[in-house]
Design a protein. Structure first.
Length: 301
């Protein structure tokens, strides 16, 4: 073991900066979890604060019913986004692989990848310009054509909230998510397709019996890895698109933690909710990994 480390010492030395950054920004902040177990007040010493144990954790489930709509919104939106993002990227990669004109295929991939680099504040501005109730370009066009009598409140009506936010995520991340599937397709040996073609397999059959099965392991790994983020939401996205009219369908755990932690300065309560979210995320990824291993025989650990 020591001899192996000595031979690869330069590789280990290159890992040191990444390990230090991960430790400083991901593990050192865990010390702040102590706040959830004391009656901490801003401006006073953390170590002299009164010990309250699991009082803040109990308050989340007993003093309010916030956890009902928070878990409903967070799970519904994030599970829907996970299925929609991976599903569309999977199908898009299959279709893009069948494009025979190389230039056209590269053009499509570039166009679909571009939204990934657009910030959510710009996306919100574009959405407002297109879907605003009275002045949105799409609403005005539909009213002029007589398809609707008045503009639809896409940005504010709760019934549109989940579908709209999931659709925006699909549009933004389609090109990025498909890169992994496209790379997996590129790694499939060409001999498989040549042998299938010699045996008389059609183009559709080659896709169905060679490409799709070869992508399933990649899909399962991505599903397991992303399942750990089901309770985590893109803060910027939800902060911008949540308003006073749709908050019941849009407020998720991250926005709730921000509201109580940084707006109401109730640090112990916000920290307790954050701890519960982290522990539930770990439980979810372990369960999904176990289910995938039992169902398909493929897992990440």
């Amino acid at each position: 073991m020591i001899a192996k480390i000595s031979r690869q010492r330069y590789l280990y030395a290159m890992l040191i900066p990444a390990v230090l950054i991960t430790f400083i920004f991901s593990y050192v902040p865990l010390f702040g979890w102590f706040i959830a177990f004391v009656n901490y007040k801003p401006g006073f010493s953390l170590f002299t604060s009164e010990w309250v144990g699991f009082q803040q954790f109990k308050a989340f489930f007993t003093e309010t019913n916030d956890y009902v709509y928070l878990l409903r919104n967070t799970l519904s939106i994030n599970i829907g986004s996970l299925i929609a993002n991976l599903g569309t990227a999977f199908v898009f990669a299959l279709l893009l692989n069948e494009v025979r004109q190389r230039f056209f295929g590269k053009l499509i991939q570039t166009v679909t990848f571009f939204p990934f680099f657009i910030s959510w504040i710009i996306i919100y501005s574009l959405s407002s310009a297109l879907f605003a109730t009275s002045a949105g370009a799409i609403n005005e066009m539909l009213v002029q054509w007589g398809w609707i009598s008045e503009g639809m409140n896409v940005l504010g009506d709760p019934k549109y909230a989940w579908v709209f936010i999931i659709a925006l995520g699909v549009w933004k991340y389609l090109g990025y998510n498909s890169v992994i599937f496209i790379s997996s397709i590129a790694s499939i040996p060409s001999e498989y397709y040549e042998a299938a073609q010699i045996d008389g397999a059609s183009r559709w059959q080659r896709v169905l019996y060679i490409t799709v099965p070869s992508l399933v392991p990649t899909l399962i790994v991505l599903l397991i890895l992303n399942s750990g983020w089901i309770l985590n939401s893109n803060f910027e996205q939800f902060y911008l698109f949540t308003n006073t009219t749709n908050w019941e369908k849009m407020e998720v755990l991250d926005i709730y933690i921000y509201k109580y932690g940084l707006q109401l300065l109730n640090y112990p309560y916000a920290t307790a909710v954050g701890i519960m979210k982290t522990l539930m995320s770990l439980l979810i990824i372990v369960l999904v990994n176990a289910i995938a291993k039992k169902a398909t025989g493929k897992a990440i650990f």
